[in-house]
Design a protein around this ligand. Structure first.
Ligand SMILES: NC(=O)C1=CN([C@@H]2O[C@H](COP(=O)(O)OP(=O)(O)OC[C@H]3O[C@@H](n4cnc5c(N)ncnc54)[C@H](OP(=O)(O)O)[C@@H]3O)[C@@H](O)[C@H]2O)[C@@H](O)CC1
Ligand SMILES: [K+]
Length: 502
């Protein structure tokens, strides 16, 4: 697990380290600049034309220091000082003074003769960027972009990307590599910032652990080594040891979603999976997934809300350790009854997805059944229906949208996008780094519900099941893509990779 920070949190880490621990700001900066210079030396040669674009805050000061280090190693460096010294930070003034004493080639931006730039070090704005880039700064960034640097190393974060949201603040520079300090910023994990950052390298510049621990560390991501934290299968066990997943899914002419969800739950480790679906799906599901138990109902009895139907459903809910509710249920009138009965009668974790969420959006009064064991997994369109916000608005504020929805009901909200967010009920927020665009295909979401339910059945609590589930799902997608390329992934193949990850 890796913590991620907002720009504001990073500033608090800086301040605490400087003021309470006593590591001078310039000492941190020296290590930051060295990390940048070393990265440039790995990619460049002494004959390369290296430009360093420097603002007059501490990001610019990092740039000036890196320019000095490269200059002293014999590299051809040209530091472009974009702003005057008047409002420069004290570290910036110190770095410029040192650079002057060591003979670094310093110039104002107006002295730039546009030409070949082999390597650009982008040190205009770091976590201090707090507003839209306009006027002269915008023109400077446009000029730099027109020069088409062959390789760009961003200092801390690409200039123009907001460190909390990953949004472009009017204009931004694209980097091949971003050398970030201490902890990765949310802005390089979230689109479009993620795309602008290239490869992100986190440089340890000496922040002691306690400088972060004392903050409320809310944001985190998972890496391949974290898979070790998933529960192991004890040797002495039976199918009952691993929990029972009830998949309430499927409708007439729609059996695939139930199949995929159930299959994924089994592949993730559930001991028993039962599909509760319409009678029409019995044969096809029994044939496709003979390992699953199939219990069926008639749409008519669900519509009428007969006693037999209610009793049958209550029995299923009592049987389950975890429930998937929604995939492929369709939008027939009876679905509302079905969803309400499950929400009212289940006392175990429920993964609510797809048509289950559609039912909630059309019948918002059903949210009164939401308890802390609900995990909702909407994509942006579903979230738009649930909240009444536009998709474009949600996309610009994934984290806040997911967090607000989760907190409103005290539930866990997994908001699915190119970077999926898990606003967990325990107040931590998971930012997913696995997965790829090839997974944007029918059935992929059904597999995710099954994986999360499988983890719940193994005993993970809702927050961990949601975060690990999203990660495993993306990782499986990455592995399938590696084998068969971008275009031909099928949702069911995601389930076939789960074993190689776990
Ligand atoms: N010891 C430390 O603290 C360490 C810090 N480190 C480094 O410091 C960086 C943070 O430094 P920072 O806080 O000085 O902010 P920074 O990103 O340089 O930007 C501030 C400048 O930008 C300006 N500005 C902002 N928005 C603007 C806009 N839209 N359009 C125009 N101007 C705009 C703003 O102007 P102002 O608002 O003052 O008018 C100010 O001049 C961090 O990312 C890391 O690289 C590391 O060395 C580790 C040790
Ligand atoms: K930068």
């Amino acid at each position: 697990m890796r913590y991620l920070v907002t720009g504001g949190q990073m500033k608090q880490v800086d301040r605490y380290t400087i003021e309470n621990i006593g590591i001078p700001s310039l000492v941190l900066m020296e290590r930051a600049a060295l990390a940048v210079a070393e990265e440039v030396m790995k990619h460049g040669q002494k004959t390369d034309r290296i430009w360093v674009l420097c603002g007059n805050g501490n990001n610019g000061a990092d740039g000036v220091a890196a320019a000095r280090m490269l200059h002293l190693k014999g590299y051809k460096v040209f530091a472009l000082l974009v702003a005057g010294k008047e409002k420069g930070s004290s570290e910036y003034l110190t770095q410029v003074s040192i650079a002057e004493h060591t003979g670094v080639n310093l110039a104002g931006f107006s002295d730039l003769i546009p030409g070949t730039c082999d390597i650009l070090i982008d040190a205009l704005f770091g976590v201090g960027l707090d507003r839209e880039i306009l006027g002269r700064y915008r023109e400077i960034l446009e000029t730099i972009r027109r020069c088409q640097p062959k390789f760009t190393v961003a200092v801390d974060i690409p200039s123009g990307i907001h460190s909390d949201s990953g949004q472009i603040m009017g204009i931004a520079l694209k980097a091949d590599i971003t050398v970030t300090f201490g902890y990765e910023k949310l802005g390089t994990m979230l689109y479009p910032g993620k795309e602008y950052s290239g490869k992100v390298l986190v440089a340890d510049i000496g922040f002691p652990g306690e400088s972060l621990e004392r903050l409320k560390t809310e944001y985190f991501t998972l890496d391949p080594e974290d898979v070790k934290q998933l529960p192991k299968r004890p040797a002495y066990s039976n199918k009952g040891s691993f929990g029972k997943v009830l998949v309430v899914a499927g409708s007439k002419n729609m059996s695939g979603a139930a199949y995929l969800s159930a299959l994924a739950a089994y592949r993730t480790g559930a001991g028993l999976v039962k599909i509760f679906t319409v009678e029409e799906n019995r044969t096809i599901l029994q044939t496709g997934l003979p390992e699953a138990i199939i219990t069926t109902y008639e749409a008519g009895e669900a519509e009428a809300g007969t006693e037999r139907f209610k009793e049958l459903l209550v029995k299923q809910c009592e049987w389950a350790t975890a429930i998937v509710l929604g995939p492929g249920l369709g939008q027939e009138g009876y679905v509302r009854n079905l969803v309400e009965e499950v929400l009212a009668n289940a006392y175990v974790p429920i993964v609510l997805d797809a048509d289950g969420l559609g039912t909630i959006a059309s019948n918002p009064e059903l949210t009164s059944y939401f308890t802390e064991n609900i995990i909702v997994t909407p994509h942006l369109g579903e979230m738009a229906r649930l909240t009444g916000s536009a998709v474009e608005t949600i996309q610009k504020q994934l984290i806040t949208t997911a967090r607000e929805y989760a907190d409103r009901f005290g539930i866990t909200c997994v908001l699915k996008d190119a970077v999926t967010i898990g606003a967990l009920k325990d107040q931590r927020t998971y930012i997913n780094g696995s997965g790829n665009s090839a997974m944007a295909k029918a059935g992929s979401g059904d597999v995710l519900t099954g994986i999360i339910a499988g983890l719940l059945a193994l005993g993970l609590e809702e927050s961990d099941a949601a975060a690990f589930g999203v990660w495993l799902h993306g990782r499986a997608g990455d592995m399938v893509k590696e084998k068969q390329g971008e275009h031909s992934i099928l949702a069911r193949e995601l389930t076939e990779e789960i074993h190689s990850i776990r």
